[in-house]
Write a protein that binds this ligand. Sequence first.
Ligand code: SF4
Length: 221
Amino acid sequence: MDKIYTGIKKNMLKVNEIYASIQGESSHTGLPCVFIRLTGCNLRCSWCDTAYAFHEGKPLTIEETLEKVETFDLPLVEITGGEPLLQDDVYPLMEALLKKGYRVMLETGGALPINKVPEKVIKILDIKCPGSGEDKNNHLENLQWLSPQDEVKFVLLDRADYEWSRDLLQKISPSTQVLFSPVYDELDLKDLSQWILEDRLAVRLQTQLHKVIWSKDTLGV
Ligand code: SF4
């Protein structure tokens, strides 16, 4: 596991970037949102599009992070990574954002426990498929700690990932929103749509809207 936060003092976070964009994933797709991307990840997904967040970043206090978020004047904030739960001070950051009245989302890779995340935070929990090379690290106990507002996301590389994910649906409460998202430029959206329709799956198809709006290589959007 990366020790990216070594040397970061208490009440400090290592932050890769903070920016405003259109929410490109989850059921909140399309909404303007402030993104706080924390540095470091304990996984190495084969199709990762944010490797620049593995190490790069600068230390910010929670207060400095809040000040930057406030400059964007938006009610929705997502904390992402990397893996945001690697940094202990992500918890006081989430509490501080909630206290200020923000709607707070957390995107996590699903390998670390989510049971200490504040109840009001909307968790987008990834479950890593075999195509990512990280399926052995799924912390499936997390499924018992999901709230009704939370969502589970599968990123699918191919048909094998689709079948693996479809089989895993039986472990997920029917009341939980499940997202199926193809790896951008790898799995055809039409193919995935067809499979979902053929199997009548109660999942939500999504694509990474920000990559459609801008381009897959544009950073900070
Ligand atoms: S969890 Fe996210 S940031 Fe980490 S390797 Fe996988 S895709 Fe990249």
